[in-house]
Design a protein around this ligand. Structure first.
Ligand code: CAA
Length: 259
């Protein structure tokens, strides 16, 4: 499929890379761009060869948020009646394979929310995160007030949502929003390294690990631990469990078959 606002490629035959490409608007997330992103995510999800995905942007901007030029004209009826922001913003939540955000430059508003919907964030040292919607007379609308406090705690989430200030990569790592910070010129190497590692592990264990960590945000501790234990038990039915453990004991590299 030909895309206008994103570039799509595969790396090492097992990693799907989606690059947001709307440079004139700093990758502002228009409906058309989000439709294309949704389609690309679904295509990689359906492709058996792909084991992990990366979403990235340009050096200057991961994404500067929802498209203000479009939103500026919206009425309440357009926003509420049209269920603005739900359309295709939720696709990423239904993706079962891991999705890593490789963030350079601005990740603001919907851009920060999109990064937070990914499974983890690797940031370049020039990354800037924020929820500046308050400056536009609105609030975050794609999960920012919910995912940010879960990631960085109430105080910093309130600070960012109420003042609209940006947080740099170092502060974001300290606060737990991002998992690693690397120099900009190492961002894709670092992220691809992680993605290739994940894609080459046993696929069923990878899906189970993602599902189980996500469960931590949706359940109480006892329910979450029981959910994890049942998934853990079920992995003993896989060929990859036999292979992984045999390989360890045989002091050799495991060759997972995703079965
Ligand atoms: N929507 C539409 N266009 C945008 C945009 C956005 N979110 N962000 C930047 N642009 C456009 C600018 O209008 C500008 O276009 P022109 O060249 O045609 O004038 C171009 O991108 C470059 O931007 P700047 O000239 O402003 O670049 P800068 O380097 O001076 O500033 C910036 C960069 C600080 C990111 C600034 O562009 C900015 O503050 N952008 C808006 C960020 C924002 O408020 N995001 C939240 C949007 S609301 C939202 O996302 C709701 C939600 O929760 C889903």
């Amino acid at each position: 499929m030909a895309y206008q606002f994103i570039d799509v490629r595969t790396e090492g035959e097992v990693v799907g890379v989606i690059t947001l490409n709307r440079p004139k608007a700093l990758n502002a997330l228009s409906n058309d761009l989000m439709d294309e992103l949704g389609a690309a995510l679904r295509a990689f999800e359906a492709d058996e060869r792909i084991g992990c995905m990366i979403i990235t942007g340009s050096e200057k901007a991961f994404a500067a948020g929802a498209d203000i030029a479009v939103m500026a004209k919206y009425s309440f009826a357009d926003a509420y009646g049209g269920d603005f922001i739900t359309r295709n913003w939720e696709v990423i939540r239904s993706i079962r394979k891991p999705v890593i955000a490789a963030v350079s430059g601005f990740a603001l508003g919907g851009g920060c929310e999109l990064a937070m919907m990914c499974d983890f964030i690797i940031a370049a040292d020039n990354a800037k995160f924020g929820q500046p919607e308050i400056k536009l007379g609105v609030i975050p609308g794609a999960g920012g007030t919910q995912r940010l406090p879960r990631a960085v705690g109430k105080s910093k989430a309130m600070d960012l949502a109420l003042t609209g200030r940006m947080m740099n990569a170092e502060e974001a790592e300290r606060a737990g929003l991002v998992s690693r910070v690397v120099p900009y010129d190492k961002l894709m190497d670092e992220t691809l390294g992680a993605a290739l590692q994940i894609a080459n592990f046993g696929r069923l264990a990878v899906l189970a690990a993602k599902e189980s960590v996500n469960r931590a945000f949706e359940s109480g501790l006892s329910d979450g631990v029981m959910f994890e234990r049942r998934l853990f038990h079920s992995l003993f039915a896989t060929a990859d469990q036999k292979e992984g453990m045999d390989a360890f004991l045989g002091k050799r590299e495991a060759k997972f078959t995703h079965r």
